[in-house]
Design a protein around this ligand. Structure first.
Ligand code: THU
Length: 124
């Protein structure tokens, strides 16, 4: 999964930030999906690597996700943005593992509920 996340970053479309990110996730049945960040000249339309991987999985019928690795070409592991955290809450379990990985292989492991405590859930 760590290698797949790093490989996915090589496909990042980042002409504006030049900041490639890759993600690899595993669904509850063990299927793996990868994603990269995809930028746009209208900057706000950028899609992060995490959401690319999650939306690929969901669009293929996988709505129960198990774990995700996020790779950044950085000295220290990068941390998912708020939008990605809320999307993670939708499809992962609160205790699902999120591994954040830097270019030197350094990793930090978190749980989804640690990344977004007291998150908005469907109360209806
Ligand atoms: N980015 C991600 O893809 N994932 C993160 O966890 C943090 C930020 C992207 C968005 C943008 O293309 C670039 O990194 C710089 O913010």
């Amino acid at each position: 999964m760590l290698t797949l996340a790093k490989e996915a970053s090589q496909l990042a479309y980042v002409p504006y930030s030049k900041f490639p990110v890759g993600a690899a996730l595993k669904t509850s049945d063990g299927t793996v999906f990868t994603g990269c960040n995809i930028e746009n000249v209208s900057f706000g339309l950028t899609n992060c690597a995490e959401r690319t991987a999650i939306f690929k999985a969901v669009s293929q019928g996988h709505t129960k996700l198990d774990e995700i690795v996020v790779y950044g070409e950085t000295e220290e592991p990068i941390s998912p943005c708020g939008a990605c955290r809320q999307v993670m809450v939708e499809f992962f379990e609160p205790d699902s593992k999120v591994t954040l990985m830097a270019k030197n292989g350094k990793t930090v492991e978190m749980m989804v509920r640690e990344l977004l405590p007291y998150s908005f859930i469907d109360f209806t």
